[in-house]
Design a protein around this ligand. Sequence first.
Ligand code: ATP
Length: 237
Amino acid sequence: MTFRYGRRTALSGVTWEVPRGVTGLLGPNGAGKTTLLNLLVGLTKPSSGEIVFSGGGRESAVGFVPQQYSTAGEMRVLDTVAYAAWINGVARKECIAAAERALAEVELGNRAGDRVRSLSGGQRQRLGIAAALAHRPQLVVLDEPTSGLDPGQRLRAREVISAIGARYTVVLSTHLIEDIAHVCERVAVLAQGRMAFDGTVDELTALVEDTEGAGSLGSAFERAYESLINTLGGARD
Ligand code: ATP
């Protein structure tokens, strides 16, 4: 795909195949991550090229969790997710069952009857994920899912996202290298509108010789990512 804002090319000939499991999307500021997410979610259309879902059409194919998931605090947790299911085309009679299943998938089944406003920040983020899963989308898109969470909540969110990756195809955009290292099997790196890397986390880590980073800060994965970005001449996030 290629995407242009007027004369400005934001994505240039990007080819990307996303398999089941959790795939991380990384890239310096301005690399085109938001543009790519908007295209995946269907908010915008590519200037050229296309997005193909292996199961066919794009109707209800995507579940999107924005960076700041917010919803009515007065609503009960179960109703919030059931409503999301209905909005996304689940038959009226099946919405409650779909919501119960999705809440169990994010480990919020025990809060189904509570009001949304009683949830912690981390629980609300998981509620957002449940709302995105309720119609069993072919693709789940998570935008910075752990930003704004405290370390304990972040750990919990990562566990839930990893578990979801066993059943869904998940794209996780993040600035946190740690999220990628802990949650993703695969990682794609955008730089200056091009796909600079697409492979497994181990493959990216292997790009740096172990000796090169001995004594320096950060994980081997972090050093590999930084060296890739530096090679490409882009600024780091
Ligand atoms: P960040 O991490 O800062 O959010 P990003 O990787 O999400 O960056 P995008 O927001 O997709 O990057 O932007 C990609 C390129 O397109 C940048 O050069 C940006 O300046 C440009 N761009 C983004 N939105 C618009 C717009 N509405 N009009 C014109 N140019 C835009």
